[in-house]
Design a protein around this ligand. Structure first.
Ligand code: GLU
Length: 315
């Protein structure tokens, strides 16, 4: 049984090694409120597929904001409610070597964002949600999140205000997108408001592991017993996670960890070991590409120790 291979001593060893790596990273400062997070925080939560058994270590009670990990929720919701054709008419599903908030490609290559995990792509998804759901959009996504985690996530108002007041880059992206007729389905203001609210949703690593559990189990939650996702959505989300989940660090993550993952600039990473477990990890110091340094290291160790890639050497 897979669950017998993982125990507290493995997590303790990972914790001890990963925490020392975090010294080499830098906590995000471009959203001032994020810079207040202690660089010493670390937590790792795992949910075993099917049984829902929880195993975790570190500061597991600490709340942090989802940031780009919320792009999994907005994209999944949009696919579930409005279908693949509508979603992928205005955003592509291709990786890029660009940073998460890059503007360049929109002018140089195509006005259609390369994928829904780049900020530009996620803003387009939020514009669809805003157009279809209006004022209910934020409430709908938090209700949707509850199907995965069993609790409705809260908005961190301080992070929201901080990000809104420093969102020049995302505003530029939204205005640029809006210059292509028909691409943004709602106003720049409404689309950005939803985008930044979703980035400011609070979670723990256990919440992330519970969301990952649904992906790991093909759409069913081991906790709520609900089916928030169809298999088609699971396939799509995991494909985009493996190719685009860590932005221009996605290739490195695929090599080092080898399973689908999605990062956020607050220092969280959600990872899925298909059919095995859902994982959430958090450590605020980031590498140069905006991904949690210790988080990535911890996932690499976990993947190697538990053979999360599922490679079998046959005789
Ligand atoms: N709220 C962040 C931004 O838009 C999300 C980026 C991230 O987590 O990678 O800049």
């Amino acid at each position: 049984m897979f669950s017998e291979q993982i125990d507290q001593s493995i997590l303790k060893e990972i914790y001890d090694k990963a925490i020392s790596v975090s010294d080499f990273g830098k906590v995000a400062t471009y959203i001032p409120e994020l810079s207040l997070m202690s660089p010493n925080l670390f937590s790792l939560s795992c949910v075993i597929a099917g049984s829902g058994e929880i195993i975790q270590t570190g500061d597991a009670d600490t709340y942090f904001t989802m940031q780009s990990i919320s792009k999994i929720l907005s994209l999944s919701y949009a696919i579930e409610k409005f279908g693949m054709d509508k979603v992928f008419k205005s955003v592509d599903m291709e990786p890029t070597a660009d940073s998460f908030n890059s503007l360049m490609r929109l002018e140089m290559a195509s006005p259609i964002p390369a994928n829904p995990f780049m900020n530009a792509g996620a803003i387009v998804i939020c514009s669809i949600l805003q157009k279809e759901l209006g004022r209910e959009s934020f409430n709908e996504i938090t209700n949707f999140c509850e199907l995965f985690t069993g609790t409705k996530p809260k908005l961190n108002q301080k992070v929201f205000n901080s990000e809104m007041s420093t969102a020049d880059r995302n505003k530029s992206l939204a205005y640029f997108l809006n210059s292509t007729p028909g691409l943004l389905m709602d106003s720049v203001e409404n689309s950005l408001d939803l985008y930044i609210k979703l980035c400011s949703l609070e979670c723990t690593t256990l919440d992330l592991a519970k969301i990952a559990d649904v992906l790991s189990c093909g759409g069913k939650s081991s906790f709520t017993g609900k089916y928030p996702l169809s298999f088609e959505t699971v396939k799509t989300i995991m494909g985009i996670m493996i190719t685009c989940g860590l932005y221009n660090g996605s290739g490195e993550c695929a090599v080092r960890v080898g399973i689908p993952a999605k990062s956020g600039v607050s220092g969280g990473i959600l990872a899925v070991a298909p059919g095995k477990m859902g994982i959430g990890v958090f450590s605020p110091p980031l590498d140069s590409k905006g991904n949690s340094l210790a988080g990535l290291y911890a996932l690499e160790m976990l993947s190697d120790k538990l053979n999360l890639r599922g490679v079998k050497i046959l005789d």
